[in-house]
Design a protein around this ligand. Structure first.
Ligand SMILES: Nc1ncnc2c1ncn2[C@@H]1O[C@H](COP(=O)(O)OP(=O)(O)OP(=O)(O)O)[C@@H](O)[C@H]1O
Ligand SMILES: [Mg+2]
Length: 320
């Protein structure tokens, strides 16, 4: 892994004005770098702002504040031409392989669409052979090209989505919960496919997930989000061996262990209460209302995002 920073997300905020003068802070100050060739896992429970972060990085959403730099270029200040180039280099794979493929298009049309939009090939024949090549890359074959999405299983549909994302030979892929809708056995196959493609094509991934179970195996580093904030960031190994933030500890304890003896005696950290609303987040530390270790300072002051040890960042008053 080279140490070239490909993507730099700096104190990124994305708020939504939702009427009656209210603001929903979906992403509220998130920072991380992604190094070329790595897989960066972004984890947190439903509604914490992962997809919004992904979409803002892709430039589908304007930012409210902060910066997103890709190869040192500011994503939200690109010219039309730079933006077109960016949208070739960066692709997204979506969570729901049922909803994300147009049911009225054939697989050939679905995968060829980005190629045609960017006018990469001149003849129909060239486009077709590129699509065949892509189908083979993802473990499907040319016989699949003239079929429709409903003729495929969930795992196969996700392969079609991956082939489409690869069509423009991207450098960076934002995979937004690409396996959450799939059966566990199929999840492993899709993960293996993504890993193989990463090796073959030198891809960099931002891999979004809502729990830590599969992310551990795929990610080099992981960032944990809670209610629009990043609470901890470090290597996968560090995160599992030495989680610092009480929220990370709770997420880890929620991963089932497939051994009934261990599972029975194991202590689970159950978070109390509901996820607060990002419209009225708690004062100070946003996690304090559910934190088993909350102290009085947590309501008064926002914890600082701090590098606790080399490359291991945490925002928590236990370490401030
Ligand atoms: N376009 C929008 N307008 C208003 N609010 C939005 C919009 N998109 C997302 N939100 C809100 O922003 C918050 C973060 O949503 P987001 O989809 O980013 O979460 P997520 O972490 O991806 O969740 P999930 O795991 O369920 O996909 C939620 O409270 C959501 O309701
Ligand atoms: Mg999402």
């Amino acid at each position: 892994m080279t140490e070239k920073v490909l993507l730099s997300v700096q104190d990124l905020k994305r708020h939504f004005e939702i009427g009656q003068g209210e603001t929903l802070k979906a992403v509220d100050g998130v920072s991380f770098d992604i190094v070329k060739g790595e897989t960066f896992g972004l984890v947190g429970e439903s509604g914490c702002g992962k997809s919004t972060a992904g979409r803002t990085i892709l430039g589908l959403y304007n930012k409210t504040d902060g910066n997103v730099l890709f190869e040192e270029k500011n994503v939200h200040k690109m010219s039309d031409r730079e933006r077109r180039e960016y949208l070739k280099k960066v692709q997204m794979i979506f969570q729901d392989p049922y909803a994300s493929l147009n049911p009225r298009s054939t697989v050939l049309e679905i995968i060829a669409e980005p190629i045609e939009v960017h006018k990469l090939y001149k003849s129909k024949e060239e486009v077709k052979s590129r699509v065949y090549e892509l189908l083979e890359d993802v473990g499907l074959n040319r016989d699949h090209a003239n079929r429709y999405p409903h003729e495929f299983s969930g795992g196969q549909r996700q392969r079609i989505g991956i082939a489409r994302a690869l069509a423009l030979d991207p450098e960076f892929i934002i995979a937004d919960e690409p396996i959450s809708a799939l059966d566990v056995s199929v999840q492993a196959q899709v993960v293996k496919l993504l890993q193989r493609l990463q090796k073959e094509k030198g891809l960099t991934y931002l891999f979004i997930a809502h729990d830590l179970s599969m992310v551990k195996y795929i990610s080099d580093r992981i960032g944990v989000m809670y209610l629009g904030h990043m609470v901890e960031l470090t290597t996968s190994n560090q995160l599992y061996d030495n989680p610092l933030h009480p929220y990370t500890q709770a997420l880890l304890s929620a991963i089932p262990i497939p051994d009934p003896d261990i599972e029975e005696s194991r202590e689970r950290i159950l978070l109390e209460g509901e996820l607060p609303s990002p419209i009225k987040p708690p004062s100070g530390c946003v996690f304090r209302t559910r934190c088993p270790q909350a102290m009085s300072i947590c309501a008064e002051k926002k914890p600082v995002w701090k590098e606790q040890e080399a490359g291991h960042f945490v925002a928590c008053h236990l370490f401030n």
